[in-house]
Design a protein around this ligand. Sequence first.
Ligand SMILES: [Fe+2]
Length: 200
Amino acid sequence: MDRKKFLTSTALLAFSVTVLGKVTPEKETFKGDCETTNDILGPFYRPNAPTTQDLTHKGLEGQRVTLKGKVFGNDCTTPLSGALVEIWHANSKGEYDNETEKFHQRARWFTNENGEYSFTTILPGKYKNGDLYRPAHIHYRVTEENSKELISQIYFKGDPHIEKDPWASQSKAEHRTLPIVLEDINGSLTVNFDIYLAKK
Ligand SMILES: [Fe+2]
């Protein structure tokens, strides 16, 4: 199912109003079904991470990647400036920094006037959850004054550990399972994750 639905059919509209979202009556246009789904917070969230876009440092092992995207409001189209985007993830060995003042692989940043955010970091390693590895993932927490708090995670297409993971294997995680894109001839990798917040 597309993440954005702009339905004009009257028959579909009647169905959509009750099940999926909101209607703008004067245009008879349904807007909805774009809300980014949630995921578990996990045990490793730490508040007050550094306000920075650069999560790398000298000597950090791992494949560099740029995470970027836009944060939108519940009409699926309006970019939200000033939204706080927090991310945290494991290092290439699958370890979180749960103790140091460096807050490695943890950061927060506010969206700009176009709703855009970006971070430079590394692709996370995997860690075990019981007998199984969790797929590589990055945790997100997004807050904005007029929107519901979003706690979620992104995964990466082709990860063999998604299938058996209790959270990544859910259908609602499909739109958060993202391609790692070879961005340019220099081998730069990017992952794009647009975020759609629900109204408070
Ligand atoms: Fe995690």
